[in-house]
Design a protein around this ligand. Structure first.
Ligand code: NDP
Length: 297
């Protein structure tokens, strides 16, 4: 059997970003609206700083208005809520993204709940989760949106396909399952209490892994010809003992890529797969939010 085809996140994310840039140009030209994204970061977590920088740069590159607000690690919740309230009222800002995780003393739920659902471009407000669950127009979390773009581009119509999502987080597992259901798949959500997980996975025409456990999904858990979307991003030591001894690490997914590639029909790599879609979909959500706030189709 031939090896699985790679679903290349670089190609699809570049396409989404190009479409976004085109739409931003149209909104600026025809409606004098420049979609605006505000990113809030609290504290100095190095990974968060990298993500925030990338979000700022990519939104500017797409022609958007972009601002980053930095609060100190010991910021009081009132300071954060005041900032969010101001951005909710700011007509130049159509999307607000609160970089997670927050420092432990801050109530994440209260902060996310303070963002106007119409500007909640991360799709984490309960109102958007509810709209998604009801099948109503919602701002949808970015990573699940990226998974769906890749699946539709690869498989076309998803109707009737058996989809298994491993993971049930609010950020990835649940929303991706809702989107697969909206696409008329027959959806199973698996999690840490699922019995016979390998057997459950083997039923899947579409297998989405969002677990956070390096290479947990083995090749023989995969139905021959299935589409495998690996959301996991795990940092592990190099296999090469010398590099590992030097403390060098690399990124791997939740799927044992080499063996999975021998069985699957399509597969996303890590890195170079779903991860690249997340920021592209954030930009897309900001454009969607700007259009909805201005009554534009
Ligand atoms: P969470 O830790 O919030 O959720 C993990 C889920 O996996 C839980 O539902 C958990 O089940 C389930 N799980 C854990 N262990 C097992 C197991 N042994 N068998 C079956 N299910 C298990 O993680 P996230 O959803 O936030 O993230 C998942 C992965 O995706 C991570 O590697 C993360 O880094 C990555 N990620 C990647 C993004 C990207 O841009 N590509 C964006 C966001 C996340 P239970 O609910 O029962 O505990």
């Amino acid at each position: 059997m031939p090896q699985a085809q790679i679903i290349d996140g670089k190609i699809y994310s570049e396409r989404v970003r190009a479409e976004v840039a085109q739409e931003v140009a149209r909104l600026r030209r025809d409606h004098e609206i420049q979609p605006g994204l505000a990113v809030i970061v609290v504290g100095d977590d190095p990974a968060s700083q990298v993500y925030v920088k990338s979000k700022g740069e990519q939104s500017l590159a797409a022609g958007m208005h972009s601002v980053t607000h930095r609060l100190p690690a010991d910021a009081h919740i009132d300071e954060l809520l005041l900032l969010i309230a101001g951005l909710n009222e700011d007509a130049r800002i159509h999307g607000i993204l609160l970089q997670l995780p927050l420092p432990g003393h801050l109530d994440q739920r209260a902060a996310l709940g303070a963002i106007s659902p119409d500007k909640d471009v991360d799709g984490l407000h309960v109102v958007n989760a509810g709209r998604l669950a009801n099948g109503e127009p919602a701002l949808t979390p970015c990573t699940p949106l990226g998974c769906m773009i890749m699946l539709r581009e690869t498989l076309g119509d998803l109707t009737g396909k058996s989809a298994v999502v491993v993971g049930r987080s609010v950020l990835v597992g649940r929303p991706v399952a809702q989107l697969l259901l909206q696409a008329d798949c027959t959806v199973t959500i698996a999690h840490s209490r699922t019995k016979n997980l390998a057997e459950v996975c083997r039923q899947a025409d579409i297998l989405v892994a969002a677990v956070g456990r390096p290479r947990m999904i083995q090749g023989d858990w995969i139905k021959p010809g299935a589409a495998v979307i690996d959301v996991g991003i795990n940092r592990v030591p190099f296999d090469n003992p010398e590099k590992a001894a030097a403390g060098k690490t690399k990124l791997v997914g939740d799927v044992a890529f080499k063996e999975a590639r021998e069985v699957a029909g399509w597969i996303t790599p890590v890195p170079g797969g779903v991860g690249l879609m997340t920021v592209a979909c954030l930009l897309q959500n900001t454009v969607t939010a700007a259009k909805r706030q201005n009554g534009i189709d």
